[in-house]
Write a protein that binds this ligand. Structure first.
Ligand code: 6R9
Length: 693
């Protein structure tokens, strides 16, 4: 039943080829032919005579579009009966109801059936030059053994498994094994602290099992992941079992709760993760038959309150959207090697390291290292060695590498590159141009892709568009198929003209969007659907140019973006607060990280403490409670913070001060005591000059 009888590529290709030829004979014209070659299922859609018409239809008749795409690109065990049932005003989003499928079958079995020897994963390990390849056949085997192991230890459909691992094949197999047996996964970025991990585990509730490794290795440094899990476990009584794989040779203390995943351990140190789950478990694991709207995973992200949100993505819609965007935004073609360097702990890792590429049968790279380890040529050496065709990275890394100079890029052969992608934050023109001119030798399109954990996949990007359509540096530009962005003014009215800025919303649902916040549907509604009733509010602001292209201007809420990682200012304040009387955290422009963290702190009365000592202590607290990247770059001590008469901290004023935009302080008449602003300005200048000297 699970073999993709109706959806082998051969069958589809021939049936579509016939239809395409027929339509070409009847409707002569280049564009008609091109559209079907571009997207085979478009041949079956009424009145689509070119790519622009296809894009229009994907919005005006989104049901027909998504139905055709879903039938063509996913392998179903039962076809869906309803394309969509959505009501944005109530935060109700359902796609492809009645349909049944298994995500791991779509990512593995169907490719194993047609080409088992194709490489699925290339694990670019931290140790340069020691990459390891895994075919689709091997990845399926690893996934099945792991699925059986999870089942044997009591994991059932509907349970949730936390994965706290670096980017490695076993982490991918763990995600797919959950999908295979119908459990949800909750991948927690391995840079998060024990407290942050514990908070995400506790919120998950139905969690009973964690998969981790003894130690992580990144940039030549070892991180104690198992020890972090042990600390987190002290406040997670519901967790029954912790599976521990070995990434390094160093043994770790095991407790009664821990289960070593290395049932058999081979001598070859560099194959440890590959063989751990062999021998005991069977290589056949019957896939669970899942409903389209069953949960596939939770992924936590920062919001504007102190508590991270567990966004929920479901099976069919998410997979379809990840696959379609992967293929069309990056012009992925069969046989390409796709190199997305994101960590699997973020949504980019989920959609463009794991699900999108595997659904398309791609060879996907798992990057375990950093852009400058052992030297700033790491990415481009990897491009040459692995023959990467699409490279997808973050602006913060590009800005960093730009500073090291062109020689680190030019040393390596990058002729395999076809498309360069950017994600996570706005890419400034200088970085964009360097990426295009130096990395891509001026011949690869650079796609600045805008999207979010909430959107599941890329929503705005320069491609797909006609091959010679212009790409404007630093602009995400064009909405993807089925995406209908609108800009709202402060009154909540849709802005219809171009050359205008507003709050970025989506007027229509699409299959990849998140379905709810775990355990808190009301927060989902309040955050995304209540600000502009009937629309999905992204939390970002955007500018629409004269030509109708979109450019993201940044967050409109109290979320800052450090090196592409979202962090709520309230989360940092919550950590700092117990040690001080009051604090306010804002973001500021940082030349490499995009945004840095700036904390204002008011000391408790009567406390005698050296500011430098307290700064160190506060930084340590943030690293320990959240993660290192959230730690403040600047801590300014103040006697008081500027507040409104109703007692609200005026963050707008603080933001202007740290950006040294004193002209832009705006109306201060609602301030309780305007003198507080002068103190803040003086303190800021003092801190800057101290830092310079
Ligand atoms: C995929 C991802 C989402 C937030 C988003 C926005 C910012 C992402 C961007 C961008 C400007 C881009 N963002 N891509 N800003 N240009 N191309 O990063 O998801 O971690 O949830 O962050 O990142 O502010 O709202 P996530």
């Amino acid at each position: 039943m699970w073999l993709p009888c109706g959806c082998t590529s051969k069958y589809v290709a021939s049936s579509f080829a016939r239809r395409t030829l027929a339509s070409y004979l009847h409707v002569s014209g280049r564009s008609r032919c091109n559209v079907a070659a571009f997207m085979p299922e478009a041949a079956g859609l009424e009145g689509v005579s070119g790519r622009a018409a296809l894009r229009e239809l994907s919005v005006s008749n989104s049901e027909s579009f998504w139905a055709a795409v879903a039938r063509h690109r996913l392998c179903w065990s039962t076809p869906f009966h309803t394309v969509q049932d959505c009501d944005l005003s109530r935060g109700k989003i359902k796609w492809f109801e009645g349909g049944k499928l298994n995500v791991s079958v779509n990512c593995l079995d169907r490719h194993v059936h047609t080409c088992p020897e194709r490489v699925a994963l290339i694990w670019e390990r931290d140790e340069r030059g020691s990459e390891m390849k895994y075919t689709y056949g091997e990845l399926l085997e690893m996934t099945c053994r792991l699925g059986n192991l999870l089942r044997r230890h009591g994991v059932k459909r509907g349970d949730c498994v936390t994965i706290y691992m670096p980017t490695c094949p076993l982490a991918v197999a763990s995600m797919l094994a959950c999908a295979r047996i119908g459990a949800a996964h909750n991948v927690v970025f391995a840079g998060f602290s024990a407290d942050a991990l514990a908070e995400r585990i506790r919120d998950g509730e139905m969690l009973l099992l964690i998969i981790t490794v003894n130690q992580g290795v990144r940039g030549g440094k070892v991180t104690e992941l198992k020890k972090t899990v042990d600390t987190a476990m002290q406040s997670c009584p519901t967790v029954k079992q912790v599976f521990v794989a070995m990434r390094t040779d160093n043994p770790v203390t095991m407790t009664a709760r821990d289960i070593a995943m290395e049932e058999v351990r081979e001598q070859k140190a560099n194959q440890i993760l590959e063989i751990q789950i062999q021998a005991v478990e069977d290589v056949v694991c019957e896939p669970a038959v899942m409903n389209s709207e069953d949960v596939l995973f939770l992924l936590y992200t920062s919001g504007s309150t102190g508590k991270p949100k567990g966004l929920v993505h479901t099976q069919a819609g998410y997979l379809l959207y990840a696959a379609l965007t992967h293929r069309y935004v990056f012009s992925y073609h069969d046989g390409d090697v796709f190199g997305c360097v994101a960590d699997i702990g973020w949504i980019t890792g989920h959609s463009y390291v794991v699900y999108g590429p595997l659904a398309n049968g791609a060879t996907t790279v798992l990057f375990e290292s950093t852009p400058i380890y052992p030297d700033p040529g790491r990415y481009w050496d990897m491009v040459e060695r692995l023959k990467i065709n699409q490279f997808y990275g973050a602006p913060t890394a590009i800005r960093l590498l730009l500073k090291y100079g062109d020689q680190w890029v030019n040393k390596y052969d990058r002729s395999t590159l076809k498309t360069l992608g950017s994600v996570g934050e706005p890419i400034n023109t200088e970085a964009w141009e360097w990426y295009h001119r130096v990395v891509g030798d001026g011949r690869c399109p650079v796609v600045d892709t805008w999207w979010q954990t909430e959107t599941g996949g890329i929503c705005i990007a320069p491609r797909p568009s006609d091959p010679d359509a212009e790409i404007v540096p630093g602009m995400a530009m064009r909405p993807f198929f089925g995406i209908n962005p609108v800009l709202m003014d402060t009154e909540g009215e849709v802005l219809t003209s171009n050359n205008t800025s507003g709050a970025l919303c989506m007027a229509q649902p699409w299959p990849g969007m998140a379905r709810t916040i775990h355990n808190n549907h009301q927060r989902f509604i309040d955050t995304y659907f209540q600000p502009y009733p009937g629309y999905f509010f992204t939390g970002d602001g955007a500018y629409r140019s004269e030509e109708g292209y979109y450019q993201i201007t940044g967050r409109l809420d109290d979320v800052i973006n450090v090196s592409g990682h979202r962090i709520g200012t309230a989360e940092i304040e919550d950590v700092v607060c117990p040690a001080v009387a009051e604090s306010a955290v804002v973001g500021y422009t940082h030349s490499i990280k995009g945004q840095g963290v700036y904390a204002f702190v008011v000391l408790k009365k009567g406390i005698d403490v050296q500011e430098a000592d307290l700064s160190r202590q506060l930084n340590g607290m943030v690293s320990e409670k959240i993660a290192k990247y959230a730690s403040p770059d600047f801590i300014q001590f103040a006697k008081r913070l500027p507040k409104t008469r109703s007692g609200k901290i005026m963050r707008r004023v603080l933001r202007k001060v740290v950006e040294s935009d004193l002209e832009g302080l705006g109306d201060l008449s609602t301030l309780d005591d305007p003198a507080a602003v002068q103190e803040i300005i003086q303190g800021h200048e003092k801190l800057l000059s101290k830092n310079r000297s």
